[in-house]
Ligand binder design. Structure first.
Ligand code: ZN
Length: 405
């Protein structure tokens, strides 16, 4: 492999407890240096990848428009963000900018970006800089859009080797983001605990809880993206629930800002793969005979009804379709024998390299463009154990982290 990376140290695990504000303060204090560096450099990534040239202040204002939705959706998580801002000595709008990192990916699409930035910003001067003369026509050269995409999997107890439920994913972004990998173990006063994979300054990207509920995701670029609740808040609100049905409701019946696929699973064997746009959703049943207890997902809608929300041209390099087929076939072939080790093997797959499940950048690309697996995560919802890599799983070992130490 031409792009061998130095082995990375294990992802740090940070203990959080107390009130929402206290949790945020501790998060901000412990990761102050990383959060400061993240905020200080994120515009370099956005300037390269967003369709419209905007100032950092304009992007922060755009992201802050979502804060009002968060305040009514979860006052606790809004307070936690305020705590992160205080603890890291950063402004709240800068923390909102970080927490909107996947919503901001929608601004890479010319038509969608204009629609989003124009919402509530009547004086906004939008200057198309990274767009070709044909509007959404790919302006990014031989490798196409610098498009990212995770690969996720959801395994019901009856499809695993030991009767455990598994959910997990590769988390695939520009390699730049890997510097900010972190895990949070969040202990509430009543003993409810969440183990959350995230980035410095952000509420959470996926995770599981002590009630055996787990959630992972795939980004989908839906044409109805709008102002609303950003995805890290949906993840954390779902993980605060003791019942899997409540976790489902926290995600599906919220005013979402953007499209996404949510893999929701539980130790008691109830699981869904829920494709959402901002305002709509469809459920892919794991009980469907063609799936029989397993499902893999990547970055295109599988539901024929939801396909109407697919952003035209966005997935033109086809990598998403390859990853979905490779992962689905593997899960089908391994049905009844699936365990954490086999899911680690799946996470390292290089079919269609470098646009593969274990994703790598092209040689010579900067960290702001090189699209790579920044972490691979597997959750066993019955043993309440996670395994995570810091960077590509083909080059970095999975480290085991127990929900409760
Ligand atoms: Zn790899």
């Amino acid at each position: 492999m031409s792009d061998l990376l130095a082995l990375r140290p294990p992802v740090p695990v940070i203990e959080l407890s107390g009130s929402a504000y206290e949790r945020g303060c501790k998060h901000g204090e412990v990761l102050r240096e990383q959060i400061g560096d993240f905020i200080g450099s994120i515009m370099q990534l956005h300037e390269i990848n967003l369709t419209f040239a905007t100032s950092c202040d304009e992007l922060k204002s755009h992201c802050m428009r979502n804060y009002q939705y968060l305040q009514s959706y979860s006052p606790d998580l809004a307070r936690e963000l305020e705590g992160i801002a205080c603890g890291s000595a950063q402004s709240l709008d800068a923390i909102m900018l970080l927490n909107s990192f996947l919503e901001l990916e929608d601004l890479r699409v010319a038509k969608l970006g204009k629609q989003l930035l124009s919402a509530g910003a009547s004086t906004s001067e939008l200057i198309a800089s990274n767009v070709g003369s044909d509007g959404d026509k790919n302006p990014f050269g031989a490798h196409g859009y610098p498009v990212w995409g995770c690969t996720s999997f959801n395994v019901m107890p009856r499809a695993s080797a030991d009767g455990h439920a598994f959910v997990g994913q590769t988390y695939d972004m520009e390699d730049y983001y890997a510097k900010y990998n972190a895990m949070f173990r969040i202990t509430h006063e009543d003993g409810h605990t969440e183990l959350v994979y995230s980035l410095a300054g952000i509420l959470g990207l996926n995770g599981m809880n002590s009630s055996g509920v787990g959630v992972c995701i795939n980004k989908l670029v839906a044409t109805d993206a709008r102002l609303g609740i950003s995805y890290p808040a949906l993840i954390r609100n779902a993980l605060s629930k003791r019942r899997v049905g409540d976790a489902f409701g926290a995600i599906v019946f919220a005013r979402r800002a953007c499209g996404m696929n949510y893999q929701i699973a539980s130790a008691d064997g109830v699981a869904w793969c829920v494709e959402v746009s901002a305002g709509d959703y469809d459920i892919l049943s794991l009980d469907d005979p063609s799936r029989n207890g397993v499902i893999a997902h990547s970055n295109h809608y599988l539901s024929s009804r939801m396909r109407a929300y697919e952003t035209p041209g966005w997935l033109s390099h086809g990598g998403s379709y390859v990853r979905e087929q490779v992962a689905s076939r593997y899960l089908n072939e391994m049905r009844g024998k699936i365990d954490a080790k086999s899911l680690m093997t799946l996470s390292k797959d290089h079919t269609n390299y470098p646009r593969c499940i274990c994703a790598h950048g092209y040689e010579g690309e900067s960290e702001f463009v090189a699209f790579a697996t920044i972490a691979a995560v597997i959750y066993d919802l019955n043993s309440k154990t996670a395994w995570i890599t810091n960077g590509n799983p083909c080059q970095n070992d999975f480290k085991m982290i127990a929900l409760k130490p």
